[in-house]
Design a protein around this ligand. Sequence first.
Ligand code: ZN
Ligand code: ZN
Length: 259
Amino acid sequence: MTYYDQHVHTYFSFDSQAQFEAYLAQTTHPFVTTEHLEMANPDDGGRDDAPDYAAYVAKLAALRQQVPNQLLRGIEVGYYAPKQAALSAYLAAGDYDLVLLSFHHDGQYDYQDKHFLTVPLRAHVEAYYDRMLAGLTAFDGADVLAHFDYGLRVLTVTPTQLIDWVGPTLKRILQTVIAKDMALEFNAKSAYQWDNLALYERVLPWYVQLGGTKVTLGSDAHTADKFETHFEDAKTILRAAGVTHLTTYRAHHAELEAL
Ligand SMILES: [Zn+2]
Ligand SMILES: [Zn+2]
């Protein structure tokens, strides 16, 4: 098994101090980081947070002289409709192996903000998935829909509530992922740190039933000790859900590996 983590952050992300070397000490496999591109970021005073691309490329070039791992380039796009043109322009100026698409904030609050503990739950869930479907439909150039449950991480929503409240929207999201030939991510941090495993167990078989074949597995590590955490647990869940392959990306090209 040569599968490797498809969701990793370093100090090129606004919310991580992790060093490449600390991850690379743990693996001989190819290695990719997916740094935050988060515009109008409420978790950072509304700033446009973007990786320093030239420094990122230079760091990878320097590391290639020091480690045997194949080093790939990735990014996690935090979609925000008013910034879509700027997000696309930033991406067009670089060259990536892997682009994750995420829905982290509504312009006012990051969805992990305690603010969302104070709003009506069902209306929030409906608004989150409406926003995800609209953004996913509008934005081209991403390889993977990351953590479909991000907007529920700080909340408690059961699989039954999810399907009752936003089933049709979620179905269209999964169909759009498939139509765009993207992958759906199993986010280990969401499943195991934020206790949303039941949502993944409900949605993954549905995705497979709709014809989805591309699934990535990501730790969403922001510190090196979280690298590839719970991957064996996750693989067991994925197999039970009917997922037969895991997907990695090079130059946006999906490579499937039997699970
Ligand atoms: Zn994220
Ligand atoms: Zn992330």
